[in-house]
Write a protein that binds this ligand. Structure first.
Ligand SMILES: Cc1cc2nc3c(=O)[nH]c(=O)nc-3n(C[C@H](O)[C@H](O)[C@H](O)COP(=O)(O)OP(=O)(O)OC[C@H]3O[C@@H](n4cnc5c(N)ncnc54)[C@H](O)[C@@H]3O)c2cc1C
Length: 491
């Protein structure tokens, strides 16, 4: 068993060599390293933090936000396990349509299909302690007798989508640390911040990465293959900041790195009142490690030209809802309750943002403690997003109203504005997007940086379009696929 190493113990100026250098020890980096464990490849994983939160290390993440309200510091954690140290564990694969080019969602379309990822999703599920069972609602309806559907929500317009939860949820640092320590071919270096990616003069290959510790040590790591896995914001920052050869940074010949930043906006958009008695545990509430959301059928998204959108139905909290009654015009709500409607449910919308090149990360002239430029995030929803979310709420309300099954009071959140009832999933996506054409994407279909021989990028920064599902399961699937590719390349 090899103990985790520490960057402060490496001789100053030394070049550590490896077959594979994994940069970042979060969900993506740990998954790549673990998938290569016990192989004949020597793997070095470089992690900025220790095994616990430390403020000076976390401060290396601080940046500014000049667009829609966003906290770039608090939405991620910088120590072994990364942001899985505080994730909520919601898991769901992207839908097949999320991968397709949808003409009404500008810049959508992956160069791979859901089918390409299916075998990797199956391998990813056990990593988050989820049994390999379908996400299909019909399966769960048959399996769980306590799961019932509001009839109206299952018709030619509406349907139900299933999320499942990582048990725990799994914190990748705690869970997989022993596997990494046991693997004779894997060396994990803590307190080892990559501060620069060095390339050949033609910028076509990575030669080494420069590593710095907060205690003042400096060394290099040189490998045959590199996997960048710093998270969806930091992947872009590191590429932009690595300017030895090109002023635009690494893998950025077409000014794409840092653009198309996306997160999932989520906000309170109304109150749902069901006529008559709502079934206990109706599909819409959480049952153990299963939760369903209300969404539209595929054809409806196309017909109505909408981004992927789902509604999360809150749990029954009559007192909380009553509290809101004072601050809103809810005479109609009260009337509805008196008229026989059952307990109100909160409705949250969770929306896909349209990929927007002007929503972007750039470097500022302020430096962090290790001399790396701090970033600015100008996060902006696409020009049509708000209108589409509003349209979706109205469509949902009509479904209830027209069939007399219930009633929706619309209270749309002002998405993108700094209001307490709008929040984001802390899902950092899109900044090194995948596209077959180097002029339109930073990585190719295999997650390899275009124009570079030995650099892969792991994490949700490669997502060119994002659907409404949380990203981590897809991050894991892609990380396993990257590990397979790296292994095949070096065989
Ligand atoms: C509050 C919260 C709730 C969430 N809930 C969910 C959820 O329910 N479902 C879901 O799917 N997702 C959720 N997420 C998102 C999820 O945490 C991320 O998708 C996931 O952690 C991303 O994995 P990653 O490895 O790409 O990046 P990270 O987890 O961010 O890991 C990056 C790693 O790189 C290290 N690092 C950074 N810079 C350097 C450097 N220069 N040198 C060396 N190492 C460095 C960091 O310390 C970190 O360990 C949530 C996030 C937050 C913040």
């Amino acid at each position: 068993m090899t103990q985790l190493k520490n960057g402060n113990s490496v001789s100053r100026g030394e070049t550590v060599t490896a077959d594979v250098c994994v940069i970042g020890g979060g969900a993506a980096g740990i998954t790549v390293a673990r998938a290569l464990a016990n192989s004949n490849l020597h793997v070095v994983l470089l992690e900025s933090g220790t095994t616990t939160f430390e403020a000076p290390t976390q401060d290396l993440y601080s940046g500014t936000s000049s667009g829609d309200s966003y906290d770039v510091n608090a939405s991620r954690l910088r120590f072994l396990g990364g942001s899985t140290n505080h994730w909520a564990g919601w898991c769901r694969p992207l839908d097949p349509t999320d991968f397709e080019a949808r003409p009404w969602v500008r810049n959508s379309g992956w160069p791979i299909t859901r089918r390409d990822l299916d075998p990797y999703y199956a391998r990813a599920l056990p990593l988050v302690d989820i049994a390999v069972e379908p996400f299909d609602r019909d399966y769960w309806l048959k399996t769980r007798s306590d799961a019932r559907v509001i009839p109206l929500l299952e018709n030619d317009v509406m349907t139900t989508a299933v999320f499942r939860f990582s048990q725990g949820p799994v914190h990748f640092g705690d869970r997989f640390r022993k596997d990494l320590e046991r693997a004779p071919n894997v060396d994990v270096y803590l307190e080892s911040n990559v501060v620069n990616i060095a390339t050949t003069k033609d910028a076509a290959s990575v030669t080494h990465v420069d590593v710095a510790t907060l205690k003042g040590n400096r060394f290099k790591v040189s490998a045959r293959e590199y996997v960048l896995a710093l998270g969806g914001i930091e992947n872009a920052r590191m590429l932009l900041a690595s300017q030895d050869v090109r002023a635009t940074g690494v893998a950025n010949d077409h000014d794409l790195v840092g653009r198309y930043f996306m997160d999932h906006p989520e906000g309170h958009v109304g109150v749902l009142l069901l006529s008559g008695q709502a079934p206990d545990n109706f599909l819409g509430g959480r049952i153990d490690l299963l939760r369903t959301v209300v969404t539209f059928n595929t054809k409806v998204f196309e017909r109505e030209q909408m981004n992927a959108i789902a509604f999360v139905v809150g749990t029954t909290e009559p007192l909380a809802v009553k509290g809101k009654i004072d601050s809103r015009d809810v005479a109609a709500v009260l009337q509805a309750i008196e008229g026989g409607a059952s307990i109100p449910y909160e409705l949250y919308l969770r929306g896909e943002p349209e990929p927007n090149p002007d929503s972007r990360i750039t470097l500022t002239n302020k430096l962090d403690a290790l001399g790396v430029p701090r970033l600015d995030l100008r996060w902006q929803l696409g020009p049509d997003d708000r209108a589409r979310y509003r349209h979706a709420i109205e469509l949902l309300a009509k479904q209830f109203g027209s069939k007399g099954v219930g009633w929706v009071r619309i209270e749309p959140a002002d998405f993108g504005q700094p209001k307490s009832d709008v929040f984001y999933g802390a899902h950092h996506m899109g900044t090194t997007r995948m596209h077959a054409d180097p002029r339109k994407g930073v990585v190719d279909a295999q997650c390899r940086a275009h124009g570079m021989s030995n650099l892969s990028i792991a994490g949700s920064s490669v997502f060119p379009a994002v659907g409404f599902s949380n990203p981590t399961l897809t991050i894991l699937a892609l990380a396993l696929r990257i590990a397979d590719n790296v292994r095949a390349t070096l065989a």
